[in-house]
Design a protein around this ligand. Structure first.
Ligand SMILES: *Cc1c(COP(=O)(O)O)cnc(C)c1O
Length: 427
């Protein structure tokens, strides 16, 4: 029944359905542990023979209800929350990769993901090839190796605003027997549901639009249940052969479509422990209830701001896929017909320091290392988030030194434009 509801209804209703006499609002189960009447019941939980809660590092009812809501929004079969978007992307890959394996990733991904895959996971023996997402299918195929285990990209890249050709990437993954994992943070399931285009697993930094109020860092992993692990059993032994650390359970045969999330919970969360606090999951749920109202307003405001900047004489360029002459307009129309997101990139005429002077004159628009919340904010990746990258890596990731990332909020758009206008006037 829940799956038949429209997405707006799911934002409000999915995940928590109280039974008679239970709280109307999702309760915060602020408890590390759960009590049982006899030791056998507890034993069954440890053996994954029965469903239930025993320790919040593995599962917590508040967290699970919110994971179920995001799963419903994405149209998946199973999902889990993590303590951050970084943890979500790490778990999503590490759940199916180990030392000696290889992944393929779009080179325009978020700086934190670029570091995670290019540096930290490399130290764990997992190699990553970064590819230009705009390359032809044939060109992209050259990046695949016999030990490749996944293809990864963002639906809307942060901060270069590259729109992913999801079907091209899904084909790349599936033709080579591996899943496509898509970070859907910027589009949110309101504007794009990657499973409908062939993605197998979706990740989120819920820190952004889902929370929407910049209150709680968090992440999520959702599985479509569509990837057939057993059909590629030799590539994914972690799912298709017995897990000795779990009494010889073979996840893919025992848990079917929820095998991937069950393994990530039972193994990775058990051993690495990046759980969100139930309080943060509660705050995330409050944000999710208005996601379907906020996202369209972000897009509407951003479109007007993009048009304003595009027509301003001091502005050198604007990258917003909503603009008809944008390189990614056609892809955006196909995959996100209702709008992309509130984030855009632009540069003003002058050098790197002109950008910094402009930013310092902004009043309403705050300089923060954040995007995609209710308040309009701005960031200069070359001097902030991406400062560890060389000039060459920056350009490769589609980030010119003058690029400013503007995250348009849901204030009155006249005030946002007025602020940009006065700062442009003084430089
Ligand atoms: C912010 C972000 C992340 C990292 O998420 P955190 O919640 O900050 O750990 C990952 N991917 C994308 C696209 C992001 O915007």
């Amino acid at each position: 029944m829940e799956n038949d509801y429209k997405i707006e209804t799911k934002c409000i209703q999915a995940g928590w359905q109280p039974k008679c006499g239970e709280p109307r609002v999702l309760p915060i189960y602020q408890s590390t542990t759960f009590k049982y009447d006899d030791s056998d019941q507890m034993g069954k939980l440890f053996d994954l023979e029965a469903e239930g809660y025993f320790y919040t590092r593995l599962q917590n009812p508040t967290n699970d209800a919110v994971a179920a809501k995001i799963t419903a929004l994405e149209g998946g079969v199973a999902g889990m929350l993590t303590s951050s978007g970084q943890a979500a992307n790490y778990y999503a890959l590490f759940n199916i990769c180990e030392a000696g394996d290889h992944i393929v990733c779009s080179n325009s991904v978020y700086g934190g993901t670029y570091n995670l895959f290019g540096t930290t996971m490399k130290k764990q023996g997992i190699d990553c090839t970064f590819v230009n997402p705009d390359d032809s299918y044939e060109e992209l195929c050259k990046s695949i190796r016999p030990n490749t285990k996944a293809v990864f990209a963002e639906t809307i890249a942060n901060p270069s605003i590259v729109i992913l050709d999801i079907e091209k990437f899904a084909k790349l993954a599936h033709e080579h027997g591996v899943p496509l994992i898509v970070d859907n943070t910027f589009a949110t399931p309101i504007n794009c549901r990657p499973f409908e285009w062939g993605a197998d697993i979706v990740t989120h930094s819920t820190t952004k639009y889902m929370d929407g109020h910049a209150m709680a860092v968090g992440g999520a992993i959702i599985d479509s249940g569509n990837f057939d692990w057993m059909a590629h059993a030799d590539k994914f032994p972690g799912l298709t052969t017995p897990d000795e650390s779990y009494h010889g359970i073979t996840y893919a045969s025992k848990f079917g479509k929820s095998a991937y999330i069950t393994k990530a919970t039972a193994q990775l969360m058990r051993d690495l422990g990046s759980i969100p606090s139930p309080m943060n999951a509660f705050l995330l749920n409050v944000g999710l209830e208005t996601l379907h109202l906020r996202v369209p307003r972000h897009c509407e405001n951003a479109m007007k701001v993009a048009e304003f900047l595009n027509g301003h004489e001091k502005v050198a360029w604007v990258n917003y896929a909503g603009l008809p002459d944008n390189k990614y307009h056609a892809l955006a129309e196909k995959y996100m017909p209702n709008g992309t997101c509130g984030v855009m990139a632009f540069g003003i005429k002058g050098d790197r320091t002109t950008a910094i002077r402009f930013m310092d004159h902004l009043k309403l628009t705050a300089i923060v290392t954040h995007v995609a919340d209710a308040r309009t904010c701005i960031l200069h990746p070359a001097s902030h988030t991406h400062r560890q990258m060389t000039e060459e890596q920056l350009l490769e990731a589609g980030i010119s030194p003058d690029l400013m990332r503007l995250s348009v909020g849901i204030e009155n758009v006249d005030d946002i434009i007025g602020d940009l206008e006065q700062a442009l006037a003084v430089i």
